[in-house]
Design a protein around this ligand. Sequence first.
Ligand code: OOB
Length: 553
Amino acid sequence: MSEPLIVLRQTWPEDFVQRYRRAGYWRGETFPGFLRERVGRFPERTAIVDHEQRWTYAQLGERAQTIAAGLLAMGLHPGDRVVLQIGNVAEFYSVAFGLFLAGMIPVYALPAHRITEISHFVHKAQACAYIAQQQYGGFDYRVLARELQAREPGVRHVVISGDAAEFTPLESFTPDPARLPATDPDPQSVAFLQISGGSTGLSKLIPRTHDDYIYSFRASNEICRITQDSRYLVALPAAHNFPMSSPGALGTLYAGGTVVLSRSTAPEDAFALIERERVTDLGLVPPLALLWAQSAQQTRADLSSLRVVQVGGAKLTPEAARRVIAGFKCQLQQVFGMAEGLVNYTRLDDDENTILNTQGRPISADDEVLVVDDQGQAVPIGQSGYLLTRGPYTIRGYHNDDAANARAFTEDGFYRTGDVVQRSANGYLTVQGRANDHINRAGEKISAEEVEDHLLAHPQVFDAAVVSIPDEYLGERICAFIIVRGEKPRAPALKAWMRERGLAAFKVPDQIVFVDAFENTAVGKTSRKELRARLRGEFLGGQSASPASPSNT
Ligand code: OOB
């Protein structure tokens, strides 16, 4: 007997649904329809380049259909949530589209996530399957899969690309068109769950619908002038919202262009690909943009195909922006976005001043932006305030998380982004900082609270406060202040212990400072927020911020 079909929905009020449809944003497109249409229109064009592998649109379509049929044959059902953890390889897209064709809902994990995060996603999404690679970046995901099944009995299916050991090999699936659902999903249903940066505590799951997400990259294509001649390089993790849809790989496929995958972020590897594939567009976080820009000035590789370098995910200072332009000798576009929705771009025809000094303006005329003070009152143009937003591709709530929703959304449906911004008279935003204690480490978002919770589980840690410290290379680095209990652990041992707990390496503190006490803080009287602010202030007053090593070891 088949289980009832679960359809996840987003909760836009009906008047907004009507408005977004009337305006032509939501056109009733779905991911299966998008793929089918492109396969029909561009069968022989190259969709994806991954090392020596080149897939045409027809081949991408066939792979996706085979995967959909294989998953259904295994006993998965439309509506099932499936955690997907695949790096920058072609299968990322065949599996994602395979899940869409089967009516299933991918939950996009990053390759850096470990058992702690993956278990949390499974739990929150009530996922029944996990799809990963045998190995990526030197890590064996079958080990993670074993631990996952031991911890989460609900994960009944594991599919592995490559040598699958005891699990189902992705490559064993065979085509069976008769198995595929006869109808496409409801365009307003949830297509996938994206991972939030996690400003407080653990990451939340972001439900994006077919209609809203397709609108976001269709409109991004227009702003970024992506066409079938575009060749877009994915160097950031493919599962991240920026290289996925701003306009990213999905925008490029929507336009009939070519997606080029890089497994490496080293400039020499990427430059070889740019030259070989005549890459036209790419997106980077600021530290990588600066590193690549510097190398671009010395490289012998031919980068003349580059048209636009996008930088986003963390603040690009005006000076850094200048260096990016000088290094790449092509157009810079700043991108200020969030997986919850709102994306801002500087426009390709903006003047230099705007491109250097702002993080752009929203995609849509119906992106409502409020900049407010502590009391929720709008601040005058040009003054700093908290950014709130609602619009045709910004979620109205996280998946399965009433407590987070009460904090993160206003009663009338605005998302509290947690960003502090200034807005100019013509609607451009300049990011000033964050309202909450989340750390933006080279574009990776880390919750101070989550890291503190892990540290507190260590037997020799009495108390811990985790703060962001400005860092020349990373933008911000993670610093943990620790009061020990009993014998003082060695900092490297403590870091290794955190990694062994199965935590993504990017959350392990870059720096550990042992202190005797958190002075002046009567326990229970000072909020963690104030304590973190004070420690951070003392630290910065006491010593200058020197660059951290880019690795966490
Ligand atoms: C992107 O998405 P997320 O969900 O990883 O992180 C969102 C947060 C923003 O709220 C903001 O705090 C920060 O990342 N951020 C920026 C920024 N772009 C993102 N802060 C300053 N300047 C920028 N340009 O990071 C993301 C999603 C889609 C496109 C681009 C980035």
